[in-house]
Design a protein around this ligand. Structure first.
Ligand SMILES: [Zn+2]
Length: 82
């Protein structure tokens, strides 16, 4: 599916409703944009992931970063050697 859209005055990009519905992107959701080889841009739905292992399910916040339950348990059960 290809669409032609314009970038607005503030640099915003309108993602067509059909595509947003297809990708389950809602108003106010974050997206990830990244350059691709050949001069393009890739836009992906933002899915929080664990900063330690990359898992995208059961993410909680730990000091402002995403952390999965398994890594959270490992981190909080680590004993500090004195
Ligand atoms: Zn993890």
């Amino acid at each position: 599916m290809k669409d032609y859209v314009k970038i607005n005055k503030t640099g915003g990009l309108h993602i067509p409703i059909k595509l947003r519905r297809e990708l389950n992107i809602n108003n106010g959701d974050a997206v990830v944009i990244e350059p691709v080889e050949g001069g393009g841009i890739k836009v992906l739905p933002y899915r929080p992931s664990c900063v330690f292992c990359g898992v995208q399910e059961h993410i909680r916040e730990l000091n402002g970063k995403g952390c999965c339950e398994e890594c959270y348990e490992k981190l909080t059960q680590t004993e500090v050697m004195v």
